[in-house]
Design a protein around this ligand. Structure first.
Ligand SMILES: [Ca+2]
Ligand SMILES: [Ca+2]
Ligand SMILES: [Ca+2]
Length: 445
């Protein structure tokens, strides 16, 4: 009796945030009883046949949003990076989650192999405290099998699929840190052991697509006392975390970046948490990702938004290997693609922008803001607040540069495009540039 009370007291409630298969309705997952493994969803992909989902996995709105019915270019702006880079050395990313199907055809090449460990000899060859840890570790069952059963290790396979699709050109290697199974709860000891292992394995970035409702001092200390950047899902409780905090997203640590979910129009998802302690937004609705046994699934949730940011962090860590973890988080926040919808929802006011975070231009001029977008018969007029020291202004529509106008200008007329036209502007003086303004859009009716 006494033992079970003690056990209960160390349990913190970890909720697998999300990943509701889309079977006609969308709902927030915010309590444990809703999280029974959804057997049906794996075999019942109503939205598309498996082969279709496979191609959608590579060509989805989150990576390049060309949707003429929605807001164009509400996406993570990954394509300019893909055009420029291909590399051999790898970057190691931990996936603290359920196990991962390491044999999934999309993932298997990108799963970490521990070269310092001889498989199956019953000896801890690399002396890291774990025997035969070839691909990571299962901290739930304390064994080396990181994929045990499709129903139990589905959520981690979903997270892994997104990290991989974003950072495959950075030659990512995913290391499963299995801290939960199916919908079971995790306790602090398991989480701390997984972080200790990550430290030994020199992991630089960990994706945390889960949430706890109780503050946990031991967990916070383990995260703080590490050289790891933790990318944390904001949680799916549809609330402002100022009033109902979600952890680890709300730990006030410089090595945490917390991620809310948006749809393809830049609206915060109905299920997503938000608030001033949430840093940035990323796509989290109608996302295609991997599930066990070479399958794909259409999913929603902040659990699927966080891995987009993890993927971008992996690219930065790969390209700039000396960049401290706090600087990676800062770069991602400061280079967010800012939009009106998110100004009050996340502290950066924007969506993760892979290419902007990579290029990280000096932004020491003051930033102009768009005052008005006026629709005329065949033109759109853009009006902005002038900025001191601007020699010129650069204007973009749908994230494509259209023109530069002189520094004395405060308005400009543009030919109308079909559907939504999304604008932003920045000031330029020689090599110096301002941040981009908050983007604003107008529909060509
Ligand atoms: Ca070992
Ligand atoms: Ca061994
Ligand atoms: Ca296992």
């Amino acid at each position: 009796m006494k033992k079970s009370v003690v056990l209960l007291s160390i349990i913190i409630i970890i909720v697998i945030i999300l990943l509701i298969s889309i079977t006609g309705k969308t709902r927030a997952v915010n309590n444990i009883s809703e999280l029974e493994p959804d057997v049906e969803a794996v075999t019942n992909s109503e939205a598309a046949q498996p082969s279709e989902l496979g191609s959608q996995y590579r060509e989805q709105w989150s990576l390049f949003n060309a949707d003429t019915n929605g807001i164009p270019r509400i996406d993570i702006n990954l394509m300019p990076y893909l055009a420029e880079h291909k590399d051999d050395s790898f970057i190691l990313v931990g996936v603290m989650d359920t196990g991962i199907d390491i044999n999934h055809k999309e993932l298997t090449k990108y799963i970490f192999t521990n070269e310092n460990e001889i498989p199956g000899n019953g000896i801890d060859d690399d002396n890291n405290g774990h025997i035969d840890d070839i691909n990571g570790w299962d901290f739930v069952n304390n064994d080396n099998t990181v994929f045990d059963y499709w129903g139990l290790d589905r959520h981690g396979t979903q997270s892994a699929g997104i990290i991989k699709i974003v950072s495959e050109n950075a030659n990512v290697r995913l290391i499963p840190l299995k801290i939960m199974e199916g919908t079971n709860l995790a306790n602090t000891d398991v989480l701390v052991k997984a972080i200790d292992y990550a430290k030994k394995m020199n992991i630089k970035i960990i994706n945390c697509s889960w949430q706890a409702f109780a503050y946990d001092e031991k967990l916070e200390a383990a995260m703080r006392d590490s050289d790891i950047l933790f990318v944390c899902a904001a949680g799916n409780s549809s609330c402002d975390v100022t009033y109902l905090p979600s952890y680890p997203a709300c730990f006030e640590l410089a090595n945490i970046i917390s991620v809310a979910s948006i749809d393809n129009k830049g609206e915060i998802s109905a299920f997503s948490n938000y608030g001033s302690k949430i840093h940035i937004a990323a796509p989290g609705e109608n996302i295609v990702t991997t599930i066990p046994e070479d399958k794909y699934e259409l999913v929603n949730g902040t659990s699927i938004a966080a891995p987009f940011v993890t993927g971008v962090a992996a690219i930065l860590a790969k390209l700039f290997s000396d960049l401290p973890k706090e600087e990676i988080a800062k770069r991602i926040r400061e280079n967010a693609f800012r939009i009106d919808n998110l100004t009050e929802k996340v502290s950066s006011g924007g969506i993760v922008d892979a290419y902007a975070a990579i290029s990280n231009e000096n932004k020491s001029l003051n930033c102009p803001e768009i005052k008005e977008l006026i629709l005329y018969e065949d033109k759109i007029e853009l009006v902005w607040d002038k900025v001191d020291k601007a020699a010129s202004y650069e204007i973009e529509v749908n994230r494509t540069a259209i023109t530069a106008v002189k520094g004395s200008a405060y308005k400009y007329q543009i030919e109308k495009l079909e559907g939504f036209n999304i604008f932003r502007i920045r000031a330029v003086n020689g090599e110096t540039k301002s941040k981009w303004s908050i983007s604003k859009w107008i529909k060509n009716e």
